[in-house]
Design a protein around this ligand. Structure first.
Ligand code: NAP
Length: 243
């Protein structure tokens, strides 16, 4: 049984899917969770949950990130944990991909984590304490047809994780990455049965993942038991990346 004293976590994309589950699991384990999403309506899904504090912020906008951190400081003084989970995809083959599709995905999936991590990191360094967890994807290591922008952003997160882990280890801050496979959320709900079956054929465990599969790993990475783990990427994909 893992035990947690009260700490503060920021979870981006905390209103739906994987991020919502991460927020719920951390909140159930004594964390004050600042759950971030782009709209108040989306945040209604976590508004009345004990220990969850919804905050509306577009992580692709630096000013919005500043406002988010001001909220965190005013309420909790600092953040102990940052989970860079929010992500989008705008799929297209590269020959047809518009600059806007490239830029928007980069702005949310990679530039957002860069700006938010930099903002939160200053106090983590001062306090000599922090856990940063980036949610990447197996697309970031393996690539995926029609997802050049998404895969590049997620590959960037993997590289950022390792680089930052080397920079801030001496400050007692760990930086790790999770690479989910196919998880049942809004992001994957549009996939046709044929496409899903194609993935299932490649997954040794023969089932899709659930948001809680990611949430439990996040909880472990936030625990004292994980204090000697940094710079790592954990594949939670039912074995899909083995193929
Ligand atoms: P999801 O169900 O589509 O939810 C995305 C979340 O991100 C929502 O809470 C959304 O908030 C938030 N978000 C989007 N753009 C944002 C922005 N600019 N600023 C702040 N929040 C923003 O996604 P998911 O499936 O849970 O995926 C979560 C993460 O896991 C993503 O990074 C995704 O790339 C990664 N991942 C997912 C899978 C999968 O199979 N599902 C596989 C590999 C990796 P709003 O409600 O306000 O839009």
């Amino acid at each position: 049984m893992l035990n947690f004293s009260t700490k503060t976590a920021i979870v981006t994309g905390g209103s739906r899917g994987i991020g919502k589950e991460i927020s719920l699991i951390l909140a159930q384990n004594n964390f004050n969770v600042v759950a971030v999403a782009t709209s108040e309506k989306s945040l209604d899904s976590v508004r009345d949950i004990k220990n969850i504090h919804p905050f509306c912020c577009d992580i692709s906008d630096e000013k919005s990130i500043e406002e988010l951190y001001e909220f965190v400081i005013s309420k909790f003084g600092h953040a102990d944990v940052l989970v860079n989970n929010a992500g989008i995809h705008m799929d297209n083959i590269l020959l047809r991909m518009k600059s806007e599709e490239w830029n928007q995905v980069m702005n949310v999936n990679l530039n957002g984590p860069f700006h938010l991590t930099k903002t939160v990191l200053k106090d983590m360094v001062k306090n000599k304490n922090g856990r940063i967890i980036n949610i990447s994807s197996i697309s970031g290591t393996d690539g995926n047809k029609g997802q050049g922008n998404y895969a590049a952003s997620k590959g960037g997160l993997l590289a950022l994780t390792k680089s930052l882990a080397k920079e801030v280890g001496r400050r007692n801050i760990t930086v790790n990455c999770i690479a989910p496979g196919l998880i049942e959320t809004d992001m994957t709900s549009h996939l046709s049965d044929t496409v899903k079956q194609g993935y299932l054929d490649r997954i040794p465990l023969k089932k899709l993942g659930k948001p809680k599969d990611i949430g439990q790993m996040i909880l472990f990475l936030c625990s004292d038991e994980a204090s000697y783990i940094t710079g790592q990427t954990f594949y939670i994909d039912g074995g899909m990346s083995l193929n």
